[in-house]
Write a protein that binds this ligand. Structure first.
Ligand code: 5AD
Ligand code: SF4
Length: 471
């Protein structure tokens, strides 16, 4: 049994880790044939992609996926720690599972993902959710077959959580959620330690995958007919720093862009690590989508300093405008936190003015949520929740108005849309433009998912656009 430890989780040294090839222990192959599983994923794209690996491991064990937890023999929660409400959702689900397990004693319940890395969560599970069969950390995913098997065979709660990153496993099996777009991890973990953020503790230090491994995975995806690849990392812009002297995200993007893949995306980018070479490459290749997620978090340099963000309002704006100049038609989206401890009205107005100046193409806005043991949770915070909610509402009004204005300017223009699905209405489809806007459109011609088609924009809404396929 390994329980999480906060002090270990925050340490960063030059300790070597190894790249290892995953191999599935044949003792477990199909051992649970005939059983079913349900996986509930909370949080970010990293978690979604982890769930694709976890599902594949379960399917190798013989489990078959079902679409409701009520029908499953095994329920796995892949959890998120980023804000209090992500916690609340997972604990709410655990409450429902507790009831279910009273009626269905043989139900197996597992918890993995970021919450598993938190000591306070594991203590709470040990105390109040004793029915949970296993807890598996983010660094322990490859151990799922043996941990699950042991939980079932021994009929005792298993906790396997390494506080520090272990080795980097290549070749985990995967069942992808889509047949035309795929996530590819390029870097794990984060070294930035922004003062509000729990991710460096739950995901460990930055570890890049070897470029050969990434390119091999992408070649296979191309061969399998995938049309869009999203490179994933908590901070993709730090790619390569831990492995190479002279090879970074710009070089990797360039190598991928030269392959026969129509769409390449990447996320998330920390403004600190953006180099001119990266911007140049994004602007140069038409198959690198001109869409950058560049979280600003605050428009006040004073608050940015307290957040440990390593840039000022001015340097963010300089980078923002440089991208607008160097990447034709680029769309820039962002994340913003309001109500950080010590943020006053003046600071908040700076965030409002930055949002007005930037006219972001999308913005995810949050109220600060104190996370256990992060430096920001110890800062004095005199602002009431009511005031924070008011700031969030004012900010949302500004950003939403910006989206609508921008969308209106697109009426009459033609954009390239990758078909993602068919809506319930006849001849109606939806998909995303190159700049990542959701487009609902009609087409007389029958279309397939993954196809890229021209769409004339006819109507603008705040969160989406309506149009007609012009082919
Ligand atoms: N409180 C509120 N928002 C947070 N984020 C990260 N940590 C917190 C927190 N403690 C937001 C940031 C980040 C996004 C993924 O979540 O804006 O960019
Ligand atoms: Fe949530 Fe962050 Fe973990 Fe993703 S990495 S699941 S956003 S805490």
């Amino acid at each position: 049994m390994h329980k999480p430890n906060y002090l270990e989780a925050r340490s960063r040294d030059k300790r070597d880790y190894q790249r290892k090839d995953f191999s599935f222990d044949s003792r477990y192959l199909e051992k649970y044939k005939g059983k079913t599983y349900y996986i509930k994923t909370y949080g970010c794209q990293m978690n979604e992609h982890d769930s694709e690996n976890i599902s594949a491991l379960l399917e190798k064990l013989g489990f078959q996926r079902v679409d409701s937890y009520l029908k499953a023999d095994l329920v796995l929660l892949n959890t998120c720690s980023i804000r209090e409400n992500a916690h609340n959702k997972a604990f709410g689900m655990l409450g429902r599972l507790k009831h279910l397990k009273n009626e269905k004693k043989e139900l197996i319940v597992g918890l993995c993902g970021c919450m598993a890395q938190e000591a306070s969560v594991v203590e709470r599970i040990l105390k109040d959710y004793k029915f949970v069969n296993f807890v598996l950390g983010t660094h322990n995913m490859y151990q799922l077959p043996e941990v699950l098997d042991q939980a079932i065979v021994d009929n005792s709660m298993q906790i396997e959580v390494f506080s520090r990153e272990g080795d980097l496993y290549e070749g985990l099996p995967v069942v992808r959620a889509n047949s035309f777009k795929a996530y590819v991890n390029i870097i794990y973990g984060c070294n930035k330690f922004c003062t509000y953020c729990i991710v460096p503790y739950t995901r460990g230090r930055e570890r890049s995958r070897r470029k050969e491994d990434i390119l091999l995975e992408i070649d296979q995806l191309i061969q399998d007919g995938y049309k869009e690849i999203t490179l994933l990392g908590q901070n993709v812009n730090a790619y390569g720093k831990d492995l190479y002297d002279d090879y970074n995200l710009g070089d990797l993007l360039e190598e991928i862009a030269l392959k026969d893949i129509p769409r390449i995306r990447f996320m998330t980018s920390h403004p600190w690590d953006f180099t001119d070479k990266m911007i140049e490459v994004i602007g140069k290749y038409p198959n690198i989508m001109p869409s950058v997620h560049l979280p600003v978090q605050s428009g006040s340099s004073r608050i940015l300093k307290l957040m440990g963000r390593r840039y000022t309002r001015e340097s963010y704006l300089e980078l923002f405008h440089k991208m607008k100049d160097m990447i034709p038609g680029v769309s820039i989206s962002t994340d913003i936190i309001v109500g950080f401890p010590g943020e006053d009205e003046e600071d908040f107005l700076e965030t409002m003015s930055l949002a007005k100046e930037c006219q972001f193409d999308n913005a995810f806005t949050f109220i600060f949520s104190a996370r256990d043991d992060t430096p920001a949770c110890r800062l004095e915070d005199n602002t009431s929740l009511e005031e924070k909610e008011n700031r969030l509402q004012r900010l949302n009004e500004v950003v939403n108005e910006g989206f609508l204005n921008k969308h209106k300017q697109m009426i009459g223009k033609t954009v390239q849309v990758m078909v993602e699905g068919v809506s319930t209405k006849k001849n109606q489809y939806y998909g995303y433009s190159e700049t990542n806007q959701l487009i609902n459109f009609s087409s007389q011609k029958k279309l397939n998912v993954g196809e890229i088609v021209p769409v004339i924009i006819e109507e603008a809404k705040t969160w989406s656009l309506d149009g007609k396929c012009s082919e």
